[in-house]
Write a protein that binds this ligand. Structure first.
Ligand SMILES: [Zn+2]
Ligand SMILES: [Zn+2]
Length: 454
């Protein structure tokens, strides 16, 4: 009965629109064919698979000899590659590019406003993320209007990940960032009214940064939840995590990454039982530092030079001259001492773990931060399949709250990437992204988005 009625309704709609209008609006079809498919669900990969996309939705998934590819589809050959859901990074900073020294970087930006307005920096970062296979992300700390404008540009088709943005963060410890990146909270009432203001301005999430009181967290969460907005807390020590957790903070950022002993069993148990996601952001100091000291050549990337352009590229490279003495790495010894135990508390404890990188921080580049973060978890015993699911389905549904994102299944949003090789055997192949499709649009991998079928 329902089917008949809905068909009738469609027929009426088609007649009303006129046949030519319907034809002109036929959704674009894209097919990725031949490679292994990791769907983002807990199941074995599908070999020699095909994924068919119409408009911005996935419409068919299966073995390539069973999925019928329409003649008018644009076909991308993914043989010898692995297809998987677009990666999601739940902690990005589009205003940063990996420069080694914040005060110097912000002074430089101030002195080069003409050539490098913040919008240009953000566009560069957004593109780097997308080309690295990051099709969605959460930006946690940018000037308000600038980041809302970036989100609009991306939603209109500029290359970049689907973004949730916090705008400036709330804190009681004003940091070395310029004033428009942070809100200096003086009382819980002020915290609540600032959340109200940000929510009305259109932010997707709130970032509660450091130094806040227990009462602040309660006020912030209450105000944010009234608007159906999640709160991300930037926290390290047990007491802050406990305060944020008790207040109902939705996502716990940076936990277990600051060179502190493991959390108490009670806190770990409460976090695991709650199912609230933790975003440990572990790579960017304890592992990034030795990786860069061992192989400083990672900094000399001709693609990076092209993306940043001059004189920004030279400025960033110059900031690494005394890499070992950068202020950002002064606690690396403690972070390394506790690093293995810190990360294992999340792997063994059963918490919902989300992959986020804090990228843009010193030498933590948009182009490679996420696979490096994922590799640390694999190196410490998390299965590559779990890590991939954490960076896709868990990030989409448990952190961003988007139900139809993060898996390659019929009906879901068409964010699919293909990488060169098998990430279940070697997770670092996630650094070799050959194909990026976001919302059904091909951003990387032949054929180009503007061209029709080959
Ligand atoms: Zn943070
Ligand atoms: Zn951050």
């Amino acid at each position: 009965m329902h089917l008949i009625f809905s068909r009738l309704a469609i027929t009426v709609a088609v007649l009303a629109l006129g046949a030519s209008a319907v034809l002109a609006q036929a959704p674009k079809k894209v097919a990725l064919v031949g490679g292994m498919l990791i769907t983002g669900r807990e199941e074995q990969p599908l070999h020699h698979a095909a994924v068919l996309i119409e408009g911005n939705r996935i419409v068919a998934v299966g073995p390539m000899d069973q999925v019928k590819i329409p003649a008018d589809a644009t076909v991308i050959d993914t043989s010898n590659k692995t297809m998987l859901p677009g990666l999601i990074d739940t902690h990005v900073h589009v205003v940063l590019v990996g420069h080694g020294d914040y005060p110097r970087y912000f002074k430089w930006l101030d002195d080069h406003k003409q050539e490098y307005p913040l919008s240009r920096i953000m566009d560069i970062s957004a593109k780097q993320l997308l080309m690295a296979g990051v099709t969605s992300g959460v930006d946690l700390g940018s000037p308000l209007q600038e980041v809302l404008d970036l989100r609009t540009r991306i939603n209109k088709g500029m290359p970049g990940p689907r973004l949730q943005v916090s705008g400036p963060w709330l804190t009681r410890h004003v940091a070395i960032f310029p004033a428009n990146y942070q809100i200096d909270v003086k009382s819980p009432e002020m915290a609540a009214s600032e959340v109200e203001r940000l929510a009305n301005a259109g932010v997707d999430v709130i970032k509660a940064h450091s130094g806040l009181t227990r009462e602040d967290y309660f006020a912030i969460v209450q105000a944010a939840h009234k608007h159906n907005i999640k709160v991300h807390a930037h926290i390290y020590d047990e007491e802050s995590v406990r305060n944020a957790f008790d207040a109902g903070v939705d996502v716990l950022q940076h936990v277990g990454s600051a060179g502190l002993p493991e959390y108490s069993k009670q806190l770990q148990y409460d976090l695991a039982r709650s199912g609230r996601p933790v975003v440990p952001t572990v790579y960017h100091r304890a592992w990034l530092y030795p990786d860069t000291i061992d192989f400083p050549e990672r900094l000399d990337d001709p693609e990076f030079k092209e993306e940043l352009g001059e004189p920004l590229y030279s400025e960033v490279m110059d900031s690494f001259k005394n890499f070992a003495s950068l202020g950002y790495f002064q606690r690396v010894d403690r972070e390394q001492f506790f690093g293995d135990k810190s990360i294992r508390q999340w792997i063994d404890g059963g918490e919902v773990v989300s992959m986020g990188t804090d990228n843009g921080t010193p030498a933590n580049f948009h182009k490679d931060a996420l696979w490096r973060e994922m590799k640390v978890f694999v190196d410490h015993g998390m299965s590559p399949m779990r890590v991939i699911i954490d960076a896709t389905r868990v990030n989409a549904r448990n952190v961003m709250g988007i139900r139809d994102l993060g898996t390659v299944e019929p009906g879901k949003l068409a964010d699919v990437i293909a990488v060169d090789g098998n990430p279940l055997a070697d997770i670092s192949v996630l650094g070799r992204v050959d194909v990026v499709v976001k919302d059904g649009v091909i951003y990387k991998g032949a054929p180009a988005p503007a061209t029709k079928k080959k």
